[in-house]
Design a protein around this ligand. Structure first.
Ligand code: ADP
Ligand code: MG
Length: 592
């Protein structure tokens, strides 16, 4: 039953100065009405003390008040982009309050996972912080703001203000009755927003999404628009390099293709065809930067990012060496056979994989859940996995070498419908197997396919292909249990550490080398999705791809909230491929 906002005000006056526990009394729903504004305020969870994770709160604004035009709600991508925009707009409005904030006493941003500290009030612990999930360069499906025909709902946290452990009731009144309505009025009401900026955000996402959908019909796996800015400010700053220092992308004529996008119209750029593509060139000429942009092209980017028109097949996966990872009964035999101390590599398990076995496992596990494009950079590959040249073949007999190098599998992968994009500066042996060779020359791509093919004829490698006839496609595995024990219960501890790791009870999953996880919200979602899989779906009969498609059916019906143990607004969508990647790195996974 919703109360009036005056009831909340009365409660806060009543508990002013009392111990923090009395804040529990404010849980519930309240209807706010003010001049030209009305919404429902929902306090879902009240923190136990000023230092605990802040309280979870929502506002729900009827569309009659919020006033978003119907055309923004018509397609999924538009709703996703609008929700992403409103999350940013809320964060900005919440930050706007920071200048009036009292100084001191631990007002640093909450865990770095949220942005927008800045209610009008200071105090102990997280007092006065109003925060919503932080959004980066990608436009992602989020549950921080939900939108449909009837309402807009924003989910955020509030650090309920206290001095020591004493409730600052007046400060809380200021947050709920003044600061928050101000945020709603500035950030979540269509008329108050910079309408052109909203429109650009939505249209940019829609164009990228449409483009991704059109790659296949042109036989492409990736597209890089002319004029794109690929380099980033730094390894820890994903914003674009300032325009005066970046060389914009421009396609070589032979690889240039044109698309007709719904908003932008005709758009030209470089198409990377299906098959085997090499990106070659001297050190520091921009090879890895191009590949990294392609990796991120599975996501849509915000206007001004520089990669708005860099778009990649949604089934493209970065593959790298990852020594030290755990592997559970993965068939790596297409790449690795006959290990020195025995061990069946058709069902290979280890607590501590080597560079080459980890890279083989990463490929086979990606294929198991439907990867169609492998993205490989020599910088992060195991050399002995990538190539074995003629001289080494002569010295070390094939019987003594467990590894079938990637170069000898790349063609049969292609024949199975799996393309590869490979950054390579060190070995020309790959010219024989490549369909397209792109040279980065001072950050400018040049099509050198014909030249590379001539060279391949002129200088024969003399290599012997070491692969057998088998197609390197895995047989899907059947998980028996995630091995999380009572973790699969409702109240067990699940925690995400940035984009790098997930903690599930006592288990930690290292995701730092799962490079296409880009947002903390994805890690949180993946963590709870795994828990959901363990609790509701793993049955000892279904394969990993079957389990994941069942999970997706639930997500499509109920959204990200489907896996949430309580109402929260800090998830972003991740692909099935990343969920599987996390599952595969779980050290307690048990497979039939
Ligand atoms: P490679 O992999 O060929 O050795 P990188 O992709 O690592 O080269 O790029 C080397 C450096 O050049 C990086 O610091 C990168 O940010 C910068 N860079 C890459 N592309 C561009 C560009 N188009 N304009 C300006 N700088 C760039
Ligand atoms: Mg490089």
């Amino acid at each position: 039953m919703a109360l009036r906002i005056e009831n909340l005000s009365d409660t806060l006056r009543r508990i002013d100065g009392r111990g923090y526990k009395a804040y529990q009394d404010i849980r519930g729903e309240y209807i706010y009405t003010g001049p030209g504004l009305s919404f429902t305020l929902i306090v879902d969870h009240v923190q136990a003390d000023p230092f605990a994770p802040p309280s979870r709160v929502r506002v729900r604004i009827p569309q009659q008040v919020a006033g978003f035009p119907q055309h923004y709600l018509e397609s999924k991508i538009r709703r996703v982009a609008l929700s992403d925009f409103l999350t940013r707009s809320f964060a900005l409005a919440a930050r706007g309050g920071a200048r009036t904030r009292m100084s001191g006493s631990g007002l640093g941003s909450a865990e770095g996972a949220q942005a927008g500290a800045g209610a009008p009030i200071g105090g102990t612990g997280r007092s006065g912080q109003v925060s919503i999930a932080r959004a980066g360069q990608e436009i992602l499906e989020r549950n921080s703001v939900l939108i449909d025909e009837n309402m807009v709902e924003a989910r955020f946290t509030v650090g309920l203000p206290a001095a020591g452990r004493r409730i600052l009731g007046r400060a809380a009144q200021a947050i709920f009755l003044e600061f928050l309505p101000g945020i709603v009025a500035r950030a979540l009401i269509y008329k108050a927003l910079p309408v052109e900026t909203v429109d650009r955000h939505v249209k940019t996402a829609e164009d990228a999404e449409a483009l991704r959908g059109m790659l296949g019909e042109k036989g492409l796996v990736a597209f890089i628009g002319n004029g794109a800015i690929l380099p980033r400010r730094s390894g820890v700053d994903d914003r674009p390099l300032p325009a005066e220092r970046a060389i914009p992308f421009s396609s070589p004529p032979s690889l240039e293709v044109e698309f007709d996008l719904p908003n932008r119209g005709r758009t030209r750029g470089m198409g990377i065809p299906e098959g085997v593509t090499l990106i070659v060139g001297g050190g520091y000429h921009g090879k890895s930067t191009l590949l990294r942009a392609i990796e991120r092209g599975i996501y849509n980017h915000v206007p001004g990012d520089g990669r708005e028109l860099v778009v990649t097949s949604p089934l493209a996966v970065k593959i790298r060496a990852e020594d030290g990872r755990a592997v559970t009964r993965t068939d790596i035999s297409p790449f690795i056979k006959d290990l020195p101390l025995g061990g069946d590599t058709r069902s290979f398990s280890t607590e501590n994989a080597s560079g080459s076995t980890s890279q083989a496992a990463n490929i086979m596990e990606a294929l198991e859940v439907g990867a169609k494009v492998l993205l490989v950079d020599e910088d992060t590959s195991a050399t002995n996995f990538m190539i074995r040249d003629r001289r080494m073949q002569a010295l070390v007999a094939k019987e003594k070498e467990p590894i079938t190098p990637f170069i000898d599998r790349v063609i049969s992968l292609k024949e199975s419908g799996v393309s590869t994009i490979l950054v390579l500066g060190g070995s020309g042996d790959y010219f024989d197997v490549a369909d397209t060779v792109i040279m980065m020359d001072e950050y400018r791509p040049v099509d050198v396919t014909a030249k590379a093919k001539d060279i391949a004829l002129q200088f024969r490698t003399g290599r012997v292909n070491e692969a057998d006839e088998d197609r390197p496609l895995p047989r899907p595995r059947i998980p028996v249990s995630l091995g999380l024990g009572d973790m699969e219960g409702r109240r067990s501890k699940v925690k995400a550490m940035g984009t790098d790791a997930i903690r599930l009870g006592h288990e930690e999953i290292d995701l730092s080398f799962v490079e296409q996880v880009v947002d903390d919200g994805q890690t949180r979602f993946i963590a709870d999705a795994l828990k959901y899989l363990g609790k509701h779906l793993v049955d000892g009969r279904s394969t990993i791809p079957e389990l994941i498609s069942r999970l997706w059916a639930v997500l499509e019906r109920d959204g990200l909230d489907a896996v949430a143990p309580y109402v929260r607004g800090d998830y972003c969508m991740a692909r099935p491929l990343e969920i599987a990647a996390a599952l595969n790195r779980l050290r307690t996974l048990q497979v039939k």
